[in-house]
Design a protein around this ligand. Structure first.
Ligand SMILES: NC(=O)c1ccc[n+]([C@@H]2O[C@H](COP(=O)([O-])OP(=O)(O)OC[C@H]3O[C@@H](n4cnc5c(N)ncnc54)[C@H](O)[C@@H]3O)[C@@H](O)[C@H]2O)c1
Length: 284
């Protein structure tokens, strides 16, 4: 072995901790294990039974408060928004943090505290998920030219996990599409915490509008066999002839699936792209 390859083989691998071992966590675990230059250093799940026989015993973390002892470079949350509220600030003291459930950031106190914690050394990474064109929208927000952003998500009723009034409204869906909600993303996130991560990502990219200015529209459509995300951007110009972009993302999804198939691939790309940007908040 020559000197250069000897040095390469000794290069430290990026150490990843995964929080949540559901659909997405199990997928990411396999993807990280396959990726040269990366290693999983812990997996935490609320119930340990779910990891038994699927994960080496030495990777199972029993207490999330102990995760710094595994010296992760990147912690990835794919469990529940409550994890970021409770532990996110702590994680950012010693690792980069990729927030898989960014609906947590609709809570202004949580967002502010994570923003603050991401100002010292480590970065807060927000995966694009099903959000298409995020970099372009962020550029417009940086320049102050973004005037309006509406994100419409349409899914089969069985794909929704809703809370409170929206859960009740969902029960009234018959054979036609029904608009469950249209309004600020800030109001929608706590009512559909598992379904509107894409909208939360949009509100972060469109930071000049934020969670109060970005409009979310949620539609239950019993005829759909896919998850549809429509993004409508409005920029400068005369009324009737202003800058505008509309994208429609159609992602096949089996009945009852919260996450469409192509979003898994987007998620692992985000994980491998969540590196080297330093402090601050980064779309990835
Ligand atoms: N950003 C995106 O585009 C995007 C896409 C898909 C899923 N997600 C989010 O990622 C997370 C995981 O998604 P999934 O499809 O793997 O879900 P899943 O239901 O398959 O798995 C969730 C896992 O987290 C655990 N969990 C659930 N509630 C918890 C809580 N309150 N505290 C701790 N652990 C809890 C469960 O035990 C389960 O193992 C969800 O929050 C989901 O909203 C985000």
């Amino acid at each position: 072995m020559d000197e250069a390859s000897a040095a390469g083989s000794k290069q430290r691998r990026r150490r990843v901790g995964i929080i949540g071992f559901g659909q997405l966590g199990q997928y990411l675990y396999e993807e990280v294990c396959k990726q040269p230059g990366y290693e999983v250093v812990f997996i935490w799940n609320r119930s340990i039974e779910k990891m038994k026989d699927l994960v080496s015993e030495h990777l199972i973390l029993r207490d999330l408060n102990d995760c710094s002892s595994r010296h992760p470079d990147l912690i990835v949350e794919v469990a529940h928004p409550s994890i970021s509220a409770e532990y996110g600030m702590e994680f950012l003291k010693f690792a980069d943090f990729m927030i898989g459930s960014p609906t947590a950031l609709a809570d202004a106190t949580v967002y502010k505290s994570l923003l603050g914690a991401a100002q010292s050394e480590h970065g807060l990474y927000v995966p694009a998920g099903a959000f298409w064109g995020g970099q372009d929208i962020q550029k417009m927000a940086n320049q102050g030219t973004l005037k309006g952003l509406t994100v419409t998500m349409k899914k089969h009723p069985s794909a929704f996990k809703l809370v409170g009034p929206l859960e009740e409204k969902l029960k009234t869906v018959l054979d036609k599409p029904l608009t469950l909600f249209k309004g600020p993303v800030r109001e929608l996130c706590p009512l559909a915490p598992n379904n509107v991560n894409t909208m939360a990502c949009a509100a972060i990219a469109a930071h000049n509008l934020g969670f109060d200015g970005v409009i979310g529209c949620l539609i239950a459509d019993p005829n759909l066999e896919s998850h549809v995300v429509e993004i409508e951007v409005v920029g400068p110009g005369q009324k009737g002839n202003n800058f505008s972009v509309k994208t429609v993302r159609n992602n096949p999804a089996s009945a009852g699936a919260v996450t469409g198939k192509q979003t898994y691939g987007s998620f692992s790309s985000s994980l491998f792209g969540a590196v080297g940007k330093g402090k601050g908040v980064h779309l990835c």
